[in-house]
Design a protein around this ligand. Structure first.
Ligand SMILES: NC(=O)c1ccc[n+]([C@@H]2O[C@H](COP(=O)([O-])OP(=O)(O)OC[C@H]3O[C@@H](n4cnc5c(N)ncnc54)[C@H](O)[C@@H]3O)[C@@H](O)[C@H]2O)c1
Length: 427
């Protein structure tokens, strides 16, 4: 109550060159990750638009060059949790040959996704990140790919003496394929190492990360850790994981709006959404098999929230001229008292990477905290970040937000007051 915008935001990193465009403070006191501890963020799809915005964003936040707008972990009531500051993350990742985050960064700056001077100011961090990128695996993968990815991850953790590593999956959406149904991790790992099972690359990256006890986040609709055996593997190895498919645009609005119709007993008869985007993600989704994976995760929420399935469809179109700016138009027809027919429409115009990157940074910080606290397996309390959350069927945004606060703050979540009053010396 009564907080100025920005004044209730908190980052643990020292601010070397405060250059925020507003007069509001960016620099905040440090949070309690032991000084000696460094943590790793390993990004799969490391030169993509979102990955690059995360890398530039973490460096810019650590240097105090931007405000943490869009980061829920930097605002009350979560800002006083002992989360890793942006500067504590060492970055590395996997990427297919021929892509370079420095080129992606220049392209995003030219599109005005972020300021051009940020690319120059964060060049040293981006150069260090590029040195830590390793060739990725692709297609149907087996023993050799698993061994290589596992070795890359283990070597990253050892080389930098990292206390914990979170693997963030940001690679191009895969087409859905038939998957092993076993729920026994030993059986799955044996099949991978004997080359009797081929898995999509996203599942192999997840298997390697979880097998090493690393945290894992799947920000894409690809299968990732979504195999029963990988869920059990995560529990056995003490690895927390979250996913799937970041909720950044149309689905974010949908899951905030649909509960209104449910609460007021208005009957939704149809819900049609059309998305247009022009970035590399959009180009990939022009492939019908990949688009189906995305449409499936986008379509998951409505029936769960309303308790019935209206006539619904989601379209995704690629139009290069739109670049990283996505437009979604939704038409919702509904019935009221006496069968009166009504409709509402909304248009959402968002910058894809600028919407996704702060969520990714929040997720890196929260999954790292979960790992530090010994949480293992699926983290349903992170549902509000995803279109198809693991471990829960709760899709309502407000209810998901409550789950997040209750998990992290317990009884104190109800008060929703600045946490310095509530946490006392635990903060
Ligand atoms: N708002 C958003 O931007 C948003 C929201 C939800 C989900 N996502 C998902 O996040 C992912 C990244 O989006 P983006 O806009 O950065 O896409 P992008 O196309 O810019 O980046 C994807 C990167 O992954 C790399 N890649 C592809 N296959 C790989 C593999 N097997 N191993 C390693 N790297 C591989 C590509 O070379 C590319 O650099 C997509 O799957 C997208 O659907 C994005």
């Amino acid at each position: 109550m009564g907080h100025e915008r920005g004044a209730n935001r908190r980052l643990g990193a020292p601010c070397t060159r405060p250059r925020a465009r507003s007069a509001l403070p960016v620099m905040m006191p440090p949070v309690s990750l032991p000084e000696s501890e460094r943590v790793g963020a390993w990004i799969v799809g490391g030169a993509g638009n979102v990955a690059t915005t995360v890398a530039v964003g973490l460096a810019a936040l650590a240097r105090g060059l931007i405000e943490p707008v869009g980061l829920v972990t930097c605002a009350e009531p979560l800002a006083h949790l002992p989360l890793a500051p942006p500067g504590a993350f060492v970055l590395g990742g996997h990427e297919l040959p021929g892509r370079d985050p420095r080129e992606t960064a220049r392209g995003l700056a030219a599109e005005r996704v972020f300021r051009e001077d940020l690319v120059c100011a964060t060049a040293p961090e981006l150069a260090r990140y590029c040195e830590e990128l390793r060739p990725g695996i692709d297609g149907a993968c087996g023993a050799a790919e698993f061994a290589r990815v596992r070795a890359d991850l283990a070597s990253f953790r050892e080389r930098h003496r990292l206390a914990r590593v979170v693997v963030l999956h940001l690679a191009t959406t895969e087409a859905a394929v038939a998957l092993p149904t076993t729920s026994d991790p030993d059986e799955l790992l044996a099949a991978i190492t004997r080359d009797t099972a081929k898995l999509p690359a996203s599942a192999l990256y997840a298997a390697a990360a979880l097998d090493l006890g690393m945290g894992y986040v799947n920000f894409t609709p690809s299968v990732g850790a979504g195999l029963p055996a990988l869920e059990e593997l995560a529990r056995r190895r003490g690895a927390p994981h979250a996913g799937a498919d970041g909720k950044t645009g149309e689905t974010l609005v949908k899951t905030a709006l649909a509960p209104m119709f449910a609460i007021r007993e208005l009957r939704v008869t149809s819900w049609f959404g059309q998305n247009v985007l022009g970035n590399a993600d959009g180009a990939a989704l022009a492939d019908p098999a990949r688009r189906d994976a995305k449409r499936k995760s986008k379509g998951a929420a409505l029936g769960e929230i309303l308790g019935y399935e209206p006539d619904a469809d989601v379209g995704i179109s690629y139009l290069r001229a739109f670049g990283d700016w996505k437009v979604a138009w939704d038409h919702i027809a509904f019935e009221g008292f006496g069968g009166a027919r009504m409709a509402m429409q909304f248009t959402w115009q968002g910058c894809d990477s600028a919407l996704a990157a702060p969520l990714c940074i929040d997720l890196l910080r929260l999954v790292e905290l979960a790992q530090r606290r010994g949480e293992r397996g699926a983290l349903p309390w992170l549902a509000m970040f995803f279109k198809a959350p693991v471990g829960t069927r709760e899709h309502r945004l407000e209810a998901q937000h409550r789950m997040l606060l209750e998990h992290l703050l317990g009884d104190k979540a109800q008060h929703r007051m600045p946490l310095e009053h509530l946490l006392g010396d635990k903060a």
